[in-house]
Write a new protein. Structure first.
Lengths: 350, 623
């Protein structure tokens, strides 16, 4: 029996006719309570709410706990679980296959800030059309609890003793490397994670999302920077953020407080609205961005929100002036020069 | 004095960065255009400016193109190498030198020709001071025009080609050639027997280097993605792709069907290439030994995850940084067993310029058909030096994209598909490509253990089943690989097996072995690994098989011995790894030094590069 004419689409189906279930992955094999799982759930929710067809997304990851997580969302998307620290290069080549696809990459602090630092910084420079999520817990989980490069100096871990080195600030590295979208959040702040994911997905180009994602097993002492307790106490949101889908009217929520409101238009016509809290934070001003990150570091603040954005920068595939048809749909006739060209080439030799 | 025509070698000693390559290439091309078979080899240092560099040119009426170890004509432009250059002239040969070098001439057995290079260039007021050194090199070209009969018109044609028809530099250089020739005519008396005379033996041939040929072959193969990182001697391969692809793949809408990306290192270069191969592009990277070491990690992933990608290795001599500007065939063992864990590699071994072109496009067909990385091992001698060659031939077969399923195929199969399922029993599964919109087309590629559906599994039975299927796939792959080339002599019981750029030297050595030593040989040139049946049959048919290669350890010899344990005692390694291109002499002497029975050699020259081996074995040939 067909649906009643008055009923419309069932409430649990989005504008592309999919249910939330269509965005799910396999059951997680990560630890119970792992921050990574809540991030996967927010990815599912964000993609569902943004009416994204899973077939239009490519998932990428490196190696580590975080890099397993693309298995736990969007089974209908193609995915590539690559090598430790090498996700950016795989994504770069992979996205050349079809420039109409969007990449979602999930990496960890070891995968990005240690073994993968070189590729991380170079993929920023190239402005690949990729949402680059770092599930940052300051610790190596799969190998049972060694320090990562983002662990703060002085952190004490059971077997490792005290960390003697300064941490890498992923957001600062991203800004310095000319990323065009840099944001930070905290896995415990589900609403902000989801809104930033949506904004990152709408951004055309590289979108870095550093999500502090506590390791419940190896790095969750109350005084550790990457723990839930520390994160909750030290979180310093730059602004409230609300993502407005492109086809909806832009409306401010009534509960927004006084203060400057800045709209940031996304490439696809959608808008991110930032509400400054205490200061007139301008995420398009590199000077202020770097000053804010430095200040946060000195004060032990976990600066969250949209930290930096450059709009309308050409993406990697723009730079290459590719044909409209995805490269991987081209036929032999498009790719092999005509027979007459062989004589031309031979004539060019001496 | 009897004339010696079209059968001698010239070596020019200059300072690196002095601009002599234009002059040397001009001599090479002018001889080629005179119809005389010729080859040129650049023996250059790993340096931008200042160190000695040599360019050797061999004219050979009989068509031999391998390096010779003797030179009859030496041009010395560099005081730093003057003494060594003077000593290197063959007795009875000719020595041309820039007369501003004031060093003692210690030879009376050769013709000595000083050239007032600096004075002649200074006298031409049209040459700006900055250009004097560059143009000065053209003086020796001019001197050779008069002294050995290098044809002026073909010199002009060569310069015209080099400067792409730009009149100003052509004139400036041509004037220096004229000045050199006129000065020589007025001032030098011919005292050596060496002459060039026009022939018609290069008609219909082209001249090209292997890297350019590989790049053009790659483009005719429909390359869509090239990622690379600069490294000698492979850089000019990717650069040639950049040079030729805009012209060869030009479209009316001005848009591109390809991308060439210079990566941040070799890890990223192959990473990008593997990513692109996975997403359905004809994808390639090019490198040399040190870069290949870095690429090992991704090569293992591409093997296990079954991603098509082409990797060109233009070999230079290692280990480690080694000699960056010297040639080698020493990466074979490394590539054959590349990666940790059990592994297999498909390796193509081009032996000449035409095969660099052919394997350029064929490698993509093989990679996509087999869903595997395909390595193509060229070398510096083939890749960077100019070789005479038959013209490139348009691909004879259409592009083979292998077993790929798109939306319609998925509908027809009603979703009955799994990424690693051996449906056809040949070990090669079907693959879907990112961007496929069928809801059941996706899979999650991984380097971790996986089942037929590409899902992670630690099940030991499933793991082993997959590894056995991979083994089967590489067995199937043999039917898609280029067969070996066999050169035969009637009734020969002695075989030679080799690969790559040594072919010219081996064919020349085979003639010498038969004429001077009565040793008839058959020659099989391997063109791919895994080795095919034809190689086993060749070994089986011969009493002795010499395996000739440019490395220390006899890497192909080891491979053949493993593949044919029952015939291993027949296989004799003739390996030589000093970074120099193969010469007929070391091939001949290497074989003679190892000859123990059958047709005993009639004579062995004493000046053997393989002398140590001879002495060690205590088997000096009878004089």
């Amino acid at each position: 029996m067909s649906a009643l004419p008055m009923a419309g689409a069932p409430a649990n189906v989005n504008a592309v006719g999919l249910t939330k279930h269509d965005y799910r992955g396999n059951p997680t094999t990560l630890c119970q309570g792992c921050g990574h799982n809540s991030i996967s759930n927010q990815i599912i929710a964000a993609m569902y709410e943004m009416n994204v067809l899973p077939e239009n997304v490519l998932k990428f990851s490196g190696i580590g706990c975080s890099s397993k997580s693309p298995t736990y969302f969007m089974n209908r998307s193609f995915g590539f679980n690559s090598l430790h620290g090498r996700m950016p290069s795989i994504a770069t080549g992979g996205l050349f296959g079809d420039h109409t696809l969007k990449g979602v990459g999930v990496s960890g602090d070891g995968d990005t800030a240690s073994i993968g630092m070189g590729q991380f910084k170079h993929v920023m420079r190239r402005n690949l059309n990729l949402v680059y999520i770092i599930e940052n817990n300051g610790v190596y989980g799969l190998t049972k609890g060694q320090f990562s490069a983002t662990a703060e100096r002085g952190l004490e871990l059971k077997k490792q003793g005290t960390n003697p080195y300064m941490p890498v600030d992923i957001c600062m590295e991203a800004v310095i490397s000319n990323a065009t979208f840099v944001a930070r959040s905290f896995a415990g702040n589900a609403k902000q994670v989801k809104e930033l994911l949506k904004a990152a997905f709408a951004h055309r180009g590289i979108a870095v999302l550093d999500i502090i994602s506590p390791c419940v097993t190896f790095n969750n002492a109350d005084n550790a920077h990457h723990s839930y307790a520390w994160g909750k106490d030290h979180e310093e949101p730059l602004h409230d953020i609300t993502y407005i889908p492109p086809r909806s009217e832009i409306m401010l929520e009534t509960e927004l407080k006084e203060g400057e409101i800045r709209e940031v238009a996304m490439h696809d016509g959608s808008t991110v609205i930032l509400k400054n809290l205490e200061k007139h934070y301008n995420p398009t001003d590199r000077y202020e961005v770097l000053r804010t990150l430095e200040e946060a570091q000195r004060n032990n603040w976990l600066t969250t929100g949209l930290i930096y954005i450059v709009e309308n920068a050409p993406t990697l595939s723009d730079t290459y002036n590719l044909v409209d048809t995805p490269l991987n749909r081209l036929s032999g006739a498009d790719l092999r020069p005509a027979p007459a060209m062989i004589d031309k080439v031979n004539a060019l030799m001496f | 004095m009897n004339k010696a025509v079209n059968d001698f070698s010239i070596i020019v000693g200059t300072k690196n960065g002095s601009g002599s390559s234009t002059a040397n290439n001009t001599i090479l091309r002018a001889i080629f255009k005179m119809g005389i078979p010729v080859s040129g080899k650049n023996l250059f240092p790993s340096n931008i400016q200042g160190l000695p560099t040599w360019y050797t040119i061999r004219a050979s009426k009989d068509g031999f193109t391998a390096r010779r170890e003797e030179q009859e004509i030496v041009v010395a432009m560099n005081p730093d190498s003057f003494t060594r250059d003077l000593a290197s002239v063959a007795p009875g040969g000719a020595f041309f030198y820039a007369d501003d070098i004031k060093l003692p001439i210690t030879r009376a057995d050769i013709a000595i020709y000083p050239m007032p290079v600096k004075k002649l260039v200074r006298d031409d007021h049209n040459v700006p001071a900055d250009f004097r050194d560059l143009v000065g090199n053209m003086i020796y070209v001019g001197v050779l025009v008069h002294m050995i009969g290098l044809d002026f018109d073909t010199v002009q044609a060569a310069l015209n080609f080099h400067f792409k028809g730009k009149q100003k530099p052509i004139d400036m250089n041509l004037n220096a050639v004229k000045a050199g020739a006129e000065w020589a005519k007025a001032n030098l008396e011919k005292k050596d027997p060496y002459y060039l005379e026009p022939m018609n033996k290069t008609e219909g041939l082209i001249m090209a280097d292997g890297n350019t040929a590989a790049a053009i072959g790659t483009i005719f193969g429909g390359a869509q993605f090239v990622a690379w990182y600069p490294i000698t001697p492979a850089s000019s391969l990717a650069e040639a792709v950049n040079d030729y692809i805009p012209m060869l793949r030009k479209r009316k809408d001005g848009k591109n069907t390809y991308a060439v990306v210079q990566a941040e290192d070799e890890l990223a270069a192959i990473g990008m290439a593997v990513g692109a191969g996975w997403s359905g592009l004809r994808s390639m990277t090019s490198t040399s030994g040190p870069g290949l070491s870095l690429m090992t990690e991704f090569a293992g992933l591409a093997y296990y995850a079954e991603v098509p990608v082409v990797i060109w290795d233009v070999q230079r001599i290692g280990p480690s940084t080694g000699l960056p500007t010297r040639t080698s065939q020493a990466d074979l063992s490394f590539v054959v067993g590349m990666g940790h864990g059990d592994s297999d590699s498909i390796v193509l071994l081009p032996g000449n310029i035409n095969e660099c072109f052919d394997f350029g496009w064929q490698s993509f067909d093989i990679a996509e058909r087999v869903q595997a990385p395909v390595f193509v091992l060229s070398d510096l001698d083939m890749g960077m030096n100019q070789w005479m060659s038959k013209p490139f031939e348009y691909p004879k077969t259409p592009m083979d994209r292998g077993k790929v399923l798109w939306e319609k195929d998925m509908e027809d199969l009603k979703g009955n598909w799994a990424r690693y399922l051996d449906k056809d029993g040949d070990g090669i599964p079907y693959r879907t490509i990112p961007g496929n919109k069928h809801p059941l087309s996706s899979y999650f590629l991984r380097g971790t253990g996986h089942d037929e559906q590409a899902r992670y599994t630690e099940d030991h039975v499933v793991f082993q089943r997959n590894m056995e299927r991979l083994k089967k796939k590489y067995e199937t792959a043999k039917e898609f690989l280029p067969k070996p080339i066999i050169h035969g002599t009637n009734g020969a019981k002695i075989g030679i097996i080799a690969y790559g750029s040594t072919e010219a030297a081996i064919n020349e050595a085979r003639i010498q072995l038969e004429q001077d030593h009565g040793m008839k040989t058959n020659f099989l040139r391997v063109r791919a690994v895994p080795l095919t049946r034809e190689v086993d049959e060749f070994v089986g048919k011969h009493d002795q098989v010499y395996v000739v290669e440019m490395n220390r350890d006899g890497q192909l010899h080891q491979l053949l011995s493993l593949a044919n344990p029952e015939s291993a005692t027949k296989l004799i390694s003739v390996a030589h790894g000093d970074g120099m291109p193969a010469s007929a002499r070391w091939v001949r002497e290497g074989i003679l030094a190892k000859n123990t029975n059958g047709s005993k050699p009639k004579s062995v020259e004493k000046k053997s590069s393989a002398k140590k081996t001879v002495a060690k074995n205590g088997k000096k040939g009878a004089k």
